[in-house]
Design a protein around this ligand. Structure first.
Ligand code: SF4
Length: 400
C-alpha cells in the first residue's frame, strides 16, 4: 500500500511539464564483469522465465492496488520506458513485447514513448535486433565500454571491439535511429591516447548518444585484486581530468552537444528518460532493486531476484524501503541533480516550487564557486562551467 501523496500536504506541485517515466530492471548477465557493482546475477533460463512472470505480476499489482491508479479518468501516463540491468538484451523479444504491452495497456505508456533497451554487443543478432524494433524498442544503449580488445579483456567483457562495431551496424540495418554507446575512461593501464582511440571509434560508428563514465575501482570487487596482481596502474587524477576534457573537446568538434556531465548527443537525441532523473521528475521502477520516486515519496524494491519472485508469488509487497522525502531533501536533490545538466537549474522555478529563496539559502556557500569560475549565475540560472564539471561534487555537496 503506497503512502498518501505527501506533495498535497506539503503544497509542492510536481513539475507540470514533466511526464513521468517507467524503469524496468533486468538482473541477469551472461558473466559478471570484474568491476561491476550493479544488482545482477548470472543468467539462468528457468529463473529468467519466472522473473518475467513475476515482473508482469508486479506491474499488474501496481495498476490494481496502488492509489496512483485508482481515480478514474485521472490516471497518470508515461512517455518513457527504460530497460536497464544487468543485461536486458538477454530477454527474448517476445518477453520484451509482453512487458511493453503491459506497460502500455495497464500503466498508460503513451504512443511515441521513448523505449530504451540496454544491450551488450555479444547478445544481439541482426534477427533479434529487428524483432526488438518490431515489438516497440526504439532506442538502444550498447554497453561497449572500450573499442580496444586489450582493455575489454581486462574488464572481463565478453565482446570484442569488432563485435561492438558490428552490433551498431546491425542496429542501423534493423532501423534504429537512436543508438547510444557507453564508454569508460581511466581504465587500468590506459593512457590518454589509448582512451581517445575509443572516442574516435565511437564517432566513427556515428553513435547518436554517448555516455562517458570514469571507472570506479571498488576495493571489494575482483578488478582491484587483478590490478594488484598484474601490476596495472591507473593514471594520476590530473590525467583523468585530461581524458575527460580532451574527449569532450573531440566530441564538440565532431558535432556532438554535451548536455550533462557524462553525456553528449546529436541534436535532439538526449535521453528523455534520464532527463527525468536530472530535472526533479517522477518515475516508477519495477524489478529487483528498482527505485521509484513519485511526488515526494521514494521507495526501492528488494534486491534479491529469488525473494522478489517469491514475494510476488505469495501476493506480498516487494518494497523493501519506502519513505517520504522532506521538502528540504527534495530541493537538495533537485539542485544536486540539476547541476549535472549543461543548462543547469532555473533557480526562480525551483524557488517557487519549494517556497524558498534559493540564493538566500545557499548563496554564501555558492559565491566562492562563482568567484572561482566553477559556477555561473546567469539569467536566473545556476550552471557549472566545463572545468567546473570536474569539480561538480564539491559544488553539489553544498546541497546535501
Ligand atoms: S554487463 Fe553490466 S551489469 Fe552485467 S556484469 Fe557487466 S557491468 Fe555488470
Amino acid at each position: 500500500m503506497a503512502e498518501p501523496d505527501r506533495s498535497e500536504r506539503l503544497q509542492i506541485p510536481s513539475p507540470q511539464a514533466l511526464i513521468p517515466g517507467l524503469y524496468v530492471h533486468v538482473p541477469f548477465c551472461s558473466s559478471i564483469c570484474n568491476y561491476c557493482n550493479f544488482n545482477r546475477g548470472l543468467f539462468e533460463e528457468g529463473l529468467k522465465t519466472r522473473f518475467v512472470a513475476a515482473l508482469l505480476q508486479e506491474i499488474h499489482t501496481k495498476k490494481g492496488s496502488d492509489p496512483l491508479f485508482d481515480k478514474k479518468g485521472s490516471d497518470p501516463f508515461f512517455d518513457t520506458l527504460y530497460f536497464g540491468g544487468g543485461t536486458p538484451s538477454l530477454l527474448k523479444p517476445i518477453e520484451i513485447k509482453a512487458i511493453i504491452d503491459e506497460c502500455r495497456d495497464l500503466l498508460g505508456l503513451t504512443p511515441g514513448a521513448e523505449v530504451t533497451l540496454e544491450a551488450n554487443p555479444e547478445t544481439v543478432t541482426a534477427a533479434t535486433l529487428e524483432q526488438f524494433r518490431e515489438v516497440g524498442v526504439n532506442r538502444l544503449s550498447f554497453g561497449v565500454q572500450s573499442f580496444r580488445d586489450e582493455e575489454l579483456q581486462r574488464l572481463g567483457r565478453l565482446h570484442s571491439a569488432e563485435r561492438a562495431v558490428q552490433a551498431v551496424e546491425m542496429a542501423r540495418a534493423a532501423g534504429f535511429d537512436n543508438v547510444s554507446i557507453d564508454l569508460m575512461m581511466w581504465l587500468p593501464g590506459q593512457d590518454v591516447a589509448q582512451w581517445l582511440t575509443s572516442v574516435v571509434d565511437a564517432i566513427r560508428v556515428d553513435a547518436d548518444h554517448l555516455s562517458l563514465y570514469i571507472l570506479e575501482v571498488y576495493a571489494h570487487l575482483p578488478l582491484k585484486q587483478e590490478i594488484d596482481r598484474h601490476g596495472w596502474t591507473q593514471q594520476p587524477d590530473d590525467v583523468a581530468a585530461e581524458m575527460y576534457e580532451s574527449a569532450m573537446a573531440m566530441l564538440d568538434g565532431a558535432g556532438y552537444e554535451q548536455y550533462e556531465i557524462s553525456n553528449v548527443c546529436r541534436p535532439g537525441r538526449e535521453s528523455r528518460h534520464n532527463l527525468k532523473y536530472w530535472t526533479d521528475g517522477d518515475w516508477l521502477g519495477f524489478g529487483p532493486g528498482a527505485h521509484s520516486t513519485w511526488r515526494g515519496v521514494r521507495w526501492r524494491n528488494m534486491a534479491s531476484t529469488e525473494e522478489y519472485i517469491h514475494k510476488l508469488g505469495s501476493g506480498e509487497s516487494v518494497v523493501a524501503e519506502r519513505r517520504s522525502l522532506p521538502s528540504d531533501e527534495r530541493l537538495g536533490d533537485a539542485l544536486f541533480t540539476g547541476l549535472r545538466l549543461n543548462r543547469g537549474v532555473d533557480i526562480n522555478i525551483l524557488s517557487a516550487r519549494y517556497g524558498i529563496d534559493i540564493w538566500s539559502r545557499f548563496g554564501d556557500r555558492l559565491a566562492p564557486f562563482v568567484d572561482a569560475g566553477i559556477l555561473l549565475r546567469q539569467d536566473g540560472r545556476l550552471r557549472l562551467t566545463r572545468p567546473g564539471m570536474l569539480l561538480g561534487n564539491e559544488v553539489m555537496s553544498v546541497f546535501v
